[in-house]
Design a protein around this ligand. Structure first.
Ligand code: 4NP
Length: 154
């Protein structure tokens, strides 16, 4: 079982969107018993808060199943609980490196680095452009799945 944690700042906008888009993709591929997926934030500021309505609206628009959930945040002891930490932007990756003592097992990646886009996923908390966020996360998730299928020999 490969364990993946999608990570953003607050865990209410981008990383829950990535969690549910990726869960839907792996269910379509019949890989749900091989990949465990979660999402968390690097900050505890939104801890306990529900998914942002902008994210829910996009998930509904694209018929992506989701469960109501509340925001969680990363702790140092999470490092050993996952094989991949997929940050939405460079700042998320920097914060994780600080928390996880420079990532000795090289588990930290930025989502769009798996794609030709190789850039940050803009934070819709500030841009309010949830549909652009959806498009970019969808691209990143497709390339991530392709990478995992090759790397992990599913
Ligand atoms: P997220 O967006 O990291 O994609 O969940 C944010 C949510 C909340 C805040 C910042 C970004 N905030 O400053 O409270």
């Amino acid at each position: 079982m490969i364990r993946i944690c999608f990570v953003c700042l607050g865990n209410i906008c981008r990383s829950p969107m990535a969690e549910f888009i990726f869960k839907n993709l792996i269910e379509q591929e019949g890989l749900e018993n091989k990949i465990f997926i979660e999402s968390k934030g690097t900050s505890d500021e939104e801890f306990g808060n529900p998914i942002h309505h902008g994210t829910i609206k996009e998930l509904k628009k694209h018929h992506i199943p989701y469960q109501n959930r509340t925001a969680k945040y990363l702790k140092k002891e999470d490092y050993h609980k996952f094989d991949y930490f997929i940050g939405m932007d460079s700042f998320n990756c920097q914060s994780m490196k600080q928390l996880f003592s420079d990532d000795p097992e090289l588990k930290i990646f930025r989502l769009l680095d798996f794609s030709p886009l190789k850039k940050d996923i803009a934070d819709p908390w500030y841009t309010n452009n949830f549909s652009l966020t959806y498009e970019e996360i969808e691209i990143g998730c497709k390339y991530l799945l392709e990478y995992l299928i090759k790397k992990e020999n599913f």
